[in-house]
Design a protein around this ligand. Structure first.
Ligand SMILES: *[C@@H]1O[C@H](CO)[C@@H](O)[C@H](O)[C@H]1NC(C)=O
Ligand SMILES: *[C@@H]1O[C@H](CO)[C@@H](O)[C@H](O)[C@H]1NC(C)=O
Length: 355
């Protein structure tokens, strides 16, 4: 082989490999439209000026959502999208064990990678993910369970969720909300409709919602799931009026179709694009009626604020602070490397072909 064709071969291998790099599972639409998506992402990251109605969410959704039956098998290998977080300085300094989890309402299995230092047991994680309503859960990709002193979580634009410590079901719904937001490649939270809805309102739910339009979107998803499981009422201490445009925007999403959100299959016609688990189970499970909302406890706003955060926790887990609970700092970090890489690869290919 002469030098020129060897160089070509090397170039070709580099080009080809960039298409298989972990994290390149960015929707095609994002590659075509990277600039506008970047703009949308930036818009959805700026802090909001609306008032927070409450310091934090003090409700959890565990008892309002049904668990889903599941089967768990250990996988022989750890997938690359988990393995890249394993290492002395990685999120998982020891080792991962990956499991395949199949829920009764979906034939496509979920992968859960559990670091040996993770605080959450696999069965707890499978239970909490299984309580995320199927219409939303179908947008979640892989879950990584990790250790750490701080309970928090973040979601990548690939739909992968990284969970640290022991977050409750409301946090899982919040992160699944990000996965849904990111799924099409053009986040809802960056649209002029969502930004306009926020602008037309004077408040957002809590302090964490005020950190950005993207966090507010995910927090409003948690709020909507709460109200749909509580006879269309908001949690104690929250009023609809000052955030009515945001609530209206949420109402307009297909996601919140009661029958499909709380249905018995991940195969949902007509829903927003980008779901990662979409194959109907062979046998559709019976849909359980949603648990009746717990009897309302009369609380005023002032005594709510003195209630410890996450007071409904039954696991004795450390308090899950509003912002400590969720850090989406890495949410937009990965994929934008790849459109550039793809562009570069395409350029190399073009040079090679015209050589
Ligand atoms: C997770 O477990 C480690 C080791 O047991 C502990 O030091 C840490 O505080 C725990 N983190 C949380 C958030 O509970
Ligand atoms: C739900 O709301 C309806 C109409 O306002 C009311 O009649 C019903 O009693 C409520 N149910 C519960 C469980 O609160």
């Amino acid at each position: 082989m002469n030098m020129a064709s060897f160089t070509k071969l090397v170039l070709f291998s580099v080009c080809l490999s960039s298409f298989f790099t972990p994290g390149t599972a960015v929707p095609l639409r994002m590659r075509r439209d990277a600039a506008s998506v970047t703009a949308a992402m930036e818009a959805s990251k700026a802090a909001l000026t609306q008032n927070a109605q409450q310091d934090a969410y003090i409700f959890d959704l565990t008892t309002s959502l049904n668990p889903t039956a599941s089967t768990i098998t250990t996988l022989p290998t750890v997938p690359a999208n988990c393995a890249i977080y394993n290492g002395p300085d990685g999120e998982c300094p020891t080792y991962f064990v990956a499991s395949s989890v199949t829920y009764a309402d979906c034939a496509d299995a979920y992968t859960i990678c559990q670091c040996s230092t993770a605080n959450m047991s696999l069965s707890t994680a499978v239970d909490r993910l299984g309580r995320v309503p199927i219409g939303l859960r179908r947008y979640v990709a892989t879950v990584a369970l990790l250790g750490g002193d701080e309970t928090r979580a973040y979601t990548l634009t690939t739909g992968d969720i990284h969970i640290f410590g022991d977050p409750q079901v409301d946090t899982w719904v919040h992160e699944a909300g990000h996965a849904y937001d990111f799924a099409s490649g053009s986040p809802f939270s960056g649209t002029s409709e969502w930004l306009g809805a926020i602008k037309s309102d004077t408040c957002v739910p809590d302090k964490y919602s005020a950190t950005s339009a993207g966090e507010n979107f995910a927090q409003q998803i948690v709020m909507k799931v709460y109200s749909m499981t509580h006879n269309n009422t908001l949690p104690a201490g929250f009023a609809p009026d000052c955030m009515s445009h945001q609530l209206e925007y949420m109402n307009g999403l297909f996601l919140f179709n009661q029958n499909t959100l709380f249905g018995n299959t991940c195969a949902i016609e007509g829903s927003e694009p980008g779901a990662r688990h979409t194959t109907a189970p062979l046998v559709l499970p019976n849909v359980l009626p949603l648990p009746p909302p717990p009897a309302p406890v009369p609380t005023s706003i002032s005594n709510q604020q003195s209630t410890p955060v996450n007071s409904e926790s039954t696991t004795g887990a450390p308090a899950q602070g509003p912002s400590a609970a969720r850090k989406d700092n890495a949410a937009v970090a990965l994929p934008f490397r790849h459109p550039r890489l793809m562009g570069f690869s395409t350029l190399l290919l073009a040079i090679w072909f015209s050589w």
